[in-house]
Design a binder for this molecule. Structure first.
Ligand SMILES: Cc1ncc(COP(=O)(O)O)c(C=O)c1O
Length: 417
């Protein structure tokens, strides 16, 4: 991929590295950074190595430049959860498919998805939603039944809100087949799932439900959940892919087509955020983005960003210490209970590069109190915290990996985790 042409094509400023960007922009505002090369490499990894069709879960990061980078890396299928996500994708690219993979949909949105954008794949987890979908979708539509599976190894649990229990799933699959539509199965093991056993267990459940229902599925969608490397090692993606292949074989499902719809693992390490310190008080640094902006995931121990300090027109000390970070809004929730190890002499005006921030970051920026992230830039080469999707090599750009976060500041009474 010619990243230079690509960045210019989409009208985003492009820099060789973060230091060059800071020198030229001297930003007092937070800057969302993305590396088309790392995003493209992640896309290629899924497209070439996942044993089936790879969709991108747009909700994870709908930034146009991120979508473009994944498209350039070969992604042609998109998990879209709303009409506006479908429109954003279908109106941007000519040769792609959208899947309406939200178990609860607005009737008018289903209708528009079918008639305007030609969407032909839907998901349900309840008989009432199936009735709604059957009222509207074409005769050759694929309807996936989202099966309830345990998410015990995931940082972010999904099993409370969506998913049909076994008996319901059996009935839904049979009803879909009886309607003449094509039945399929999907599940989600939870986000940042750090043990492949979850996929194995879920597939066993899928096999059981299919066998009781007596239905041959159009495909099995194993969802997202594939982890990214923050500050603690995770199994390589190939382990997930080979577990899915081996388990499918052992269950006699090797001839069924498999789909996946990752968000995090495609985009997390290809993006970062540069924030500026606006104020220092002892061990507290007040920065210009926080939990109401792009940093909500830094409130969970296992998805705290790796960080490095960058001095404003000076070289920072080699001595490091733990700092407590506070976001820019007036709400006391806007703080982080896990420490960030940074140069001991950080002060007003210095910057912090927060890495592995492609997932659930800009997508969740609320603009509360008038703060938010407006500036985006592209960077050449691999990202600062690129881990190659397969090896734990944070530090390929000479940044030492940070140890896992083991300590925490006393929790604020209202701080979430
Ligand atoms: C239905 C569905 N698929 C895929 C994803 C992406 O999950 P992840 O980012 O963990 O890969 C999500 C995340 O919310 C989801 O709800």
């Amino acid at each position: 991929m010619n990243t230079e042409l690509f960045a210019r094509d989409i009208g985003v400023a492009e820099f060789d590295n973060i230091e060059e960007m800071l020198e030229r922009l001297d930003p007092s505002y937070p800057v969302f950074c993305f590396w088309p090369e790392t995003l493209g490499a992640r896309a290629r990894k899924f497209v070439e190595s996942f044993p089936g069709r790879s969709l991108y879960a747009v909700k994870c990061n709908p930034h146009a430049s991120v979508l473009d980078s994944l498209y350039h890396g070969g992604v042609r299928h998109f998990d879209t959860a709303s009409l506006s996500e479908i429109a954003a994708v279908a109106e941007r690219f000519d040769d792609v498919n959208c899947y309406f993979n939200h178990p609860v949909k607005v009737r008018a949105h289903i209708e528009s998805a079918c008639k305007i954008y030609g969407v032909n794949d839907f998901v349900v987890d309840h008989p009432n939603e199936l009735r709604k979908v059957l009222d509207i979708v074409p005769a050759d539509a694929v309807i996936q039944v989202r099966l309830l599976v345990p998410s015990e190894h995931a940082v972010y649990e999904f099993s409370e809100k969506f998913g049909a229990k076994e008996e319901t799933a059996v009935k839904l699959l049979q009803a879909i087949e009886a309607s003449g539509r094509k039945p399929a199965v999907s599940f989600h093991v939870g986000s940042q799932c750090i043990d492949v056993i979850s996929y194995e267990k879920a597939l066993r459940l899928v096999a059981k439900v299919l066998s009781i229902a007596g239905v041959a599925p159009e495909y099995i969608n194993v969802g997202g959940g594939f982890p990214s490397y923050y500050r603690e090692g995770v199994p390589p993606l190939d382990t997930y892919f080979s577990t899915i292949t081996t388990t499918a074989k052992s269950l006699g499902l090797e001839n069924v087509e498999f789909l996946c719809e990752p968000g995090r693992a495609l985009v997390a390490d290809g993006c970062g955020l540069v924030v500026q310190v606006q104020h220092r008080a002892d061990d507290a640094l007040y920065i210009n983005d926080g939990v109401y902006g792009c940093l909500i995931e830094c409130t969970s121990r296992q998805t705290v960003s790796p960080a490095r300090g960058l001095g404003r027109r000076r070289t920072l000390s080699k001595e490091m210490r733990d700092f407590r970070l506070f976001g820019p809004t007036c709400d006391p929730l806007d703080q982080f209970r896990y420490p960030f190890k940074l140069p001991a002499d950080m002060e007003e005006g210095d910057w912090i590069e927060l890495g592995v921030l492609g997932a659930y970051s800009v997508a969740l920026d609320t603009r509360f109190n008038g703060f938010g992230v407006d500036a985006s830039i592209a960077l050449r080469g691999r990202s600062t915290y690129d881990f190659d999707g397969n090896e734990h090599v944070a530090g390929r750009n000479k940044i030492a990996p940070q140890p896992g976060v083991s300590t925490q500041f006393p929790p604020h009474p209202r701080v979430m985790d």
